[in-house]
Design a protein around this ligand. Structure first.
Ligand code: DGY
Length: 339
């Protein structure tokens, strides 16, 4: 009997690779071997005849790829929580299932959110850069040296209030924040999913914002945690920054294009806001040393490492393989997007 073909756009780790290799008798496994991201031309050439494809968030899943694969394609498994790289309508039209990894990375990304808030407020990037350049401040100690806003007493505004946002809030509560506002696709309406029981049990106000303007005006910390969709692209731009407080910081742990980078650079240049902590940025991964954001001392930028703990990446890999195999076998995936 002919083997079922699957395409995998990365080498996987430990358990995930073992799980996949254990199916070698039934599956023809075609796997990208380099440490670099999979080339589009390789993906298109090798997709032909595949019944399942395991992709990274850097691989676009669109009409072109689905056409190249052919009508036998049953399942896409994405090694990510975000699925903005996937054309959901194109999958739905063809009855192709989509697996993803929304739960196992929540803690890792929430941890990084706190790191970025503190780095942005406490000028972590700027301070480290001085020391690294051999510019340790020469005055013995100065009362105003490297001062920044304090987290206690802050109003925290969440753009998007899903799992990661709520796990970030759980970590923020012990810092003594004062109030939380959040904006979802249904402004002014309370979210239904109280993932961690915080909405019920936290002893500070947690309220839906009626608009992005309200959130910008009232927050000391803005956390961008929503999905990238046509509606959220550049949701944070010139007008939003103009409404933010001068001592406020913004953190993006979602997708780069939700923040208009040019507007952010201008807001930092003109000191409309205090700082930014970014795990993601428009145009990543093509960020070269001359990028204007890197000339902003109050912007901390890390290269999309939100989920980069060893444990989490292992879980994401394993879950992606399980989703792929479940898709081939018409079984329940660990996590499946309802298309
Ligand atoms: C995802 O999985 O979508 C995240 O961006 C990874 O950090």
């Amino acid at each position: 009997m002919a083997k079922t073909k699957v395409l995998v756009t990365r080498q996987l780790i430990d358990e995930a690779q073992r799980l996949l290799d254990a199916k070698e008798e039934e599956l023809e496994i075609v796997q990208w071997q380099s440490e670099k991201p999979c080339e589009r031309s390789w993906l298109l050439e090798n997709a032909k005849g595949a019944s399942g494809i395991l992709v990274m968030l850097s691989d676009k899943v669109d009409e072109e790829l689905l056409e190249a694969a052919g009508p036998q394609l049953k399942a896409i498994a994405s090694f990510s929580v975000g699925t903005d790289h996937v054309d959901r309508n194109a999958l739905k039209k063809r009855n192709i299932r989509l697996g993803y990894t929304p739960t196992c990375l929540t803690d890792a990304v929430a941890d990084l959110t706190i790191m970025l808030i503190l780095m942005a407020q406490r000028r972590g990037g700027e301070s480290m850069a001085k020391v690294t350049k051999g510019e340790w401040p020469q005055m013995p100690w100065h009362p105003l040296l490297m001062t920044g806003p304090q987290i206690r007493g802050c109003t925290v505004g969440f753009l998007g209030f899903g799992r990661i946002a709520q796990a970030s809030l759980q970590r923020l509560l012990p810092f003594g924040i004062k109030r939380v506002i959040y904006l979802t696709s249904k402004p002014g309406q309370p979210v239904k999913e109280d993932q961690l029981g915080l909405l019920k049990n936290a002893n500070i106000p947690i309220e839906p914002a009626s608009s992005a303007d309200q959130l910008a005006e009232e927050s000391d910390v803005v956390i961008v945690g929503c999905a990238l969709t046509p509606d959220t692209k550049h949701l944070v731009s010139t007008d939003f920054f103009a409404k933010m407080k001068k001592l406020a910081v913004i953190v993006n742990i979602a997708r780069g294009p939700i923040i208009d980078t040019n507007a952010l650079v201008k807001a930092l240049d003109e000191e409309q806001i205090f700082g930014a902590g970014l795990d993601v940025i428009e145009d990543e991964p093509n960020i070269t040393a001359d990028h204007p954001i890197l000339r902003q001392p109050r912007a901390v930028l890390v290269p999309h490492i939100g989920s980069a703990t060893i444990e989490t990446r292992e879980k994401m890999a394993t879950e992606s393989v399980k989703n792929l195999l479940a898709g081939l076998a018409n079984e329940k995936m660990v996590n499946e997007v309802q298309l």
